[in-house]
Design a protein around this ligand. Sequence first.
Ligand code: GDP
Length: 385
Amino acid sequence: ASDLLVCTGCGARLQHEDEDAPGYVPVSALQRIDPLCRRCFRMRHYGEFTRVVVPPDEYERLVGRVLTQPALILYVLDVFDLDGSLIPGFARLAKRHPVVLVVNKADLMPLSVKLAATEDWILYRVARTGVHPERVLFVSARTGQGFAELTEEMERHGLGRVCVVGMANVGKSSLLNRLTRRLAGDEPFTASRVPGTTLGTVAVEVTLPSGREVHLIDTPGLIHGKRIIDILCPACLRRAVPASRLRPRVYQLNPGQSLWLGGFARFDFEEGTFQPVTCYVSNDLVVHRTKLERAEAFGKAHADDILQAPCPACRSALGEHRPVPVVAGRFLRAGHAEEKALAVGRRGNDLVLPGLGWLALFGKDLRGKLWVPADWDVIIRRRFV
Ligand code: GDP
């Protein structure tokens, strides 16, 4: 019978199978006379935003509808997984609305990385998707960093509607909850401040410090199934996705040595001069140095006891590793660069493993291979320093 009921708040069809999908309601609550999905229930009674995710086709429909009217768009990104937080096709939806990038989880970045140094890269990647933001703000929904600037930005625009968008897991609900609590002076929201919901979106009325009222709209997160957070089991995610500020791990490597990053990826240093390689990955992910000649066998023998993640099920979901050649220094100049090799410049580069982190190389002579699951794109970028 549950599939005949719709939420009286947002109109989504009620279901009790998928907690993250629209219309989710626990079985026990299905008996209510005035049925509300959990998301609308929490919004109405606690003024709390709850995460909800939808697939691409539904996303376009729902977010497209919200953006038919003028609004300031807060486009939330995860600083640790920038490429994974880009919404495919968002330029079409954003149209002529002003866009401010809200780069969340700033608390995860190592202290040695200046956030401002990442701004050009972020703007460049976002511009490649056809979106041209007015500004980049760095925030942390966890610590509250950057929220004063965020409210100032909402004041400055003077728009009555502020629409918050983002891929699943960028921290959109955490951010909205902190923002509304902050604006309400830590008072819980009352039902009168919730102006009703429309399919797929929930909204609250907030008062900015200037006294201006703003309609703050949450949209569902997009999930396209290709990021590691879409693929890995909860136990593997706890190891692979950072929960605390990254502590870069530096390895002084000789040619003939390899580094395993958990069992997710491996860097083989084949030829070149002794040099540091710095790993920016979750502090809970094992990084293990081995001899290159034993590296593959080591990975097979110790996938579960030493490397620990991914687990056998996640391993098969990620599939076989493929090699990506990497060259630097004289191997680059001497024309050794193989086709499709990642070419590390003299000042060094970061090799980005989307969702997992990055390796910093410093541009000394090097020829090697980075082994990654076949579907992963490795991106090379200027070092964040
Ligand atoms: P949503 O899917 O975009 O609504 O994201 P959530 O708000 O549910 O957050 C997704 C995950 O990111 C959760 O595990 C949060 O605890 C975490 N998270 C959210 N904001 C931050 C932040 O500012 N810093 C850190 N370190 N983690 C965050």
